[in-house]
Design a protein around this ligand. Structure first.
Ligand code: MG
Length: 396
């Protein structure tokens, strides 16, 4: 089993992103690119530590952005880079823990590297000395003249690959190539090319093409959409809610914000709407925000006989403030009587309105308890709910 150190090189001033901060500090989904890259690699088996190389003079900005996350992300050093690519790489390599037998060098502006790809590169580097992730070139390539307007020829692309990161090296292979690149003043744009130029073999490992480098505003917008959409391990969360209220004489029966004609209603400090309470708890739960009881204590006279719609609206607003919006809700009301089937669509519409969701994203089911337990004997009603929330992108 090899021991791995990562070196994340945060080159680039962010000018192409139109930002006033180094590219790796630009936020994606609310967190700097380099933090996301560190997170993507923090779980590597055999990881001895991660080194961050910052643009010269920017160390404290990166340390501030890291904050308390440094130890969880296994960051062992934040060091300033140099003028040339190999100088930055050498600064990072000097801070690599002595126990590391493999070094994985990664662009800090590649936040979407799959852990499996990093493991594959490490394995290939351990076996062959040096390896990098590559992706096919999908566009047809043209060679153009000096002014960029005249096409000179079409370049065959079958044997061309895009170089991604991480690029992995056995420690001694990297040390030797790096020393020669620094001493020789080589012009290099990635680390594998130092080994190539030093005469070493480099293995190409097919990588996930979505492991993109975020360089331009277009890249950033695409990355935000991807993160807010179907990508990213933390783009979605699920919450669960459950509630039960006693049925008593002399109160209106409120379910899902709808008044259902019945001889009895649900007892509660508020209107006792068991379905709205379960849904609100599911939304709060998905966003990691505790529960209704904590946010709206029954000791507060403001909520006496309150329309529980306010609780669900508040839960949605609190989730939004924490960066989450509901995607869908599925709920089940368990009641012996009355028959709820005829009211299901009205409850669904009401919930969809409160959640600001299309009706087909909300589902309400009605069940009986088969005469069993407090619900079965008509003493109480129950509701269960599951809510999915999605992380809000910057443009969402
Ligand atoms: Mg309740």
């Amino acid at each position: 089993m090899h021991t791995i150190a990562t070196v994340l090189v945060a080159g680039g001033e962010g000018r192409r992103l139109g930002a006033s901060v180094p590219k790796a500090l630009v936020p994606l989904g609310g967190r700097p690119l380099f933090l996301r890259a560190l997170e993507a690699l923090a779980g590597l088996p055999g990881l001895a530590g991660q080194v961050v190389v910052t643009p010269p003079g920017m160390e404290s900005r990166f340390r501030d952005a890291l904050g308390d996350a440094a130890s969880a992300l296994r960051v062992v050093a934040v060091v300033p880079g140099g003028a040339r690519r190999q100088d930055s790489a050498a600064a990072g390599f000097a801070a690599v823990p002595p126990s590391a037998s493999l070094v994985l060098v990664h662009d800090a502006a590649r936040p979407f590297v799959p852990a499996a790809d990093a493991v594959a590169v490490a394995d290939a580097a351990s076996r062959d000395g040096a390896a990098l992730l590559v992706a096919p070139v999908v566009d047809t390539l043209k060679r153009v003249g000096p002014d960029g307007s005249a096409v000179l020829e079409t370049v065959p692309r079958a044997d061309l690959r895009r170089a991604l990161t991480p690029q992995g090296f056995r420690r001694e292979v990297y040390a030797s190539a790096l020393a020669r690149a620094v001493a020789g003043g080589w012009e290099v744009t990635d680390d594998a090319s130092m080994v190539e130029r030093a005469g070493g073999a480099v293995t190409a490992v097919p990588g996930d093409p979505s492991n993109v480098k975020v360089t331009t505003p277009d890249d950033l917008a695409r990355a935000e959409r991807w993160l807010a959409g179907d990508g990213g391990t933390d783009a979605f969360r699920v919450g669960h809610g459950w509630d039960r209220h006693r049925l008593v004489e002399g109160r209106p029966l409120r379910l899902g914000g709808v008044t259902v004609p019945h001889g009895r209603g649900l007892l509660g400090h508020s209107d006792g709407d068991v379905l709205l309470h379960a849904v609100a708890d599911a939304v709060l739960g998905a966003a990691g925000l505790g529960d209704l009881g904590v946010r709206f204590p029954s000791s507060d006279p403001r909520w006496k006989d309150a329309d529980s719609s306010v609780f669900l609206r508040e839960a949605v607003a609190a989730a939004a403030a924490a960066g989450w919006r509901p995607v869908n809700v599925d709920a089940t009301v368990v009641a012996e009587e009355p028959r709820l089937g005829p009211h299901r669509e009205a409850m669904r519409r009401s919930l969809a309105g409160l959640l600001d969701l299309p009706e087909d994203a909300v589902n309400v089911k009605a069940k009986t308890a088969e005469g069993l337990g407090p619900v079965g004997t008509g003493e109480a009603m129950e509701a269960h709910a599951v809510a999915t929330v999605r992380r809000k992108g910057r443009d969402a």
